[in-house]
Design a binder for this molecule. Structure first.
Ligand code: PHE
Length: 346
């Protein structure tokens, strides 16, 4: 039969065990042993049913007191362990403010972006505006409007990536040929701009171009051009103006020490046409960098302007080539190589 002495024994046994517990884990075990559903305290309560009513009242009260007491010391002990854990974590994870910092690597602009920005800056200083055009073009803007009709041998100058499908209805222009392609040069933007803006005008158009050709040290199937177009009233502009503008550009871009020459050339959309060569010091050779000429009357017509009233010059320069010359880069493929050893030099 359960008596008071047994109860006091249980109390001191449990109290001692809880006080001596070394871990939260041990504490949980003790909880189950003494206070759990099948724990020793509950066993005592069950036994009560067999006691006389007076005894039941007296001992029942004591059991409840003991239960409450044990619960309290267990909660306290658990809080103690938690405190210990926090203290330990804080001391171990303390920030060492004297430790040397980690250097944050800062990115910077790609050499092609730097060159593009510089080119824009120079032309803006001469009154040119920067204009953009689409990379997916129609056959009309890329070729026909620039006086390069289908089956014209000059089309072979631009190996073309043709796209499936046609110009979507919503974007449809009055253009006749709606076959789509990746623009092979920035010249289509000449037409697009003159359709919407009346001369006199001066624009430069930086942008990505694509040609379906094998790559080597000086050719990529994806490259950058900057188109230039200046149109004035007929009789107010000539090749001399073109030469002056380009000379000024080259002087500023290469900071003076560079040789250039104008050489006759052929483009269907200019007449006469030129090639501007720049002397490449490292190879001691002339490099073609800019194609140019006086805007062909047919180009004005295609854009809806009367060639009897207007005259102008246009040019297209290879941005990658300009960058290669300026920074002495031997291979155009380095630009897209994602090689940090290359990129970090700029
Ligand atoms: N579009 C020509 C090319 O890609 C360059 C050019 C532009 C030539 C403007 C003359 C006038 O080669």
């Amino acid at each position: 039969m359960l008596d008071k002495k047994d109860l006091e024994n249980l109390k001191s046994k449990a109290e001692k065990a809880i006080k001596n517990a070394q871990s939260v884990f041990e504490l949980e075990k003790l909880y189950r042993q003494f206070l759990g559903k099948k724990g020793e305290v509950n066993q005592c309560i069950k036994m009560l049913s067999k006691a006389t009513p007076e005894k039941r009242k007296e001992i029942g009260k004591r059991i409840n007191e003991i239960k409450q007491f044990l619960q309290e010391i267990l909660v306290k002990k658990r809080a103690f362990f938690q405190q210990e854990m926090i203290k330990k974590a804080l001391s171990e994870e303390r920030i060492d403010i004297t430790a040397p910092g980690v250097k944050v690597e800062r990115g910077h602009l790609h050499p092609l972006t730097l060159v593009e920005q510089r080119v824009e800056e120079i032309f803006q200083s001469m009154g040119f505006s920067v204009v953009l055009g689409p990379e997916v073009e129609t056959e009309w803007y890329n070729f026909d409007a620039l006086n390069i009709p289908k089956d014209h041998p000059a089309r072979d100058m631009w190996d073309t990536f043709w796209l499936k499908g046609k110009e979507p209805e919503t974007r449809k222009q009055k253009a006749k040929s709606e076959r789509l392609l990746l623009r092979t040069h920035t010249s289509p933007v000449q037409i697009r701009y003159m359709e919407k803006h009346n001369p006199p005008l001066r624009i430069v158009v930086p942008g990505k171009c694509f040609r379906h050709e094998a790559t080597d040290a000086s050719h990529e199937f994806q490259f950058y051009q900057v188109e230039g177009l200046m149109v004035e009233e007929r009789g107010k502009i000539s090749v001399a103006n073109f030469k002056a503008v380009i000379q000024e550009f080259v002087k500023k871009f290469f900071a003076g020490d560079i040789k250039m020459r104008l050489r006759p050339s052929y483009f269907p959309f200019t007449e006469p046409s030129f090639e501007v060569d720049i002397f490449w010091k490292s190879t001691k050779e002339w490099a073609e960098v800019i194609g140019a000429g006086m805007v062909h009357p047919k180009v004005f017509k295609a854009a809806g302007l009367n060639p009897k009233n207007w005259q102008g010059f246009a040019f297209g320069m290879g941005l990658d080539r300009l960058a290669m010359l300026k920074y002495n880069i031997p291979d155009i493929r380095l630009f897209h190589s994602v090689d940090l050893r290359f990129l970090k030099q700029f």
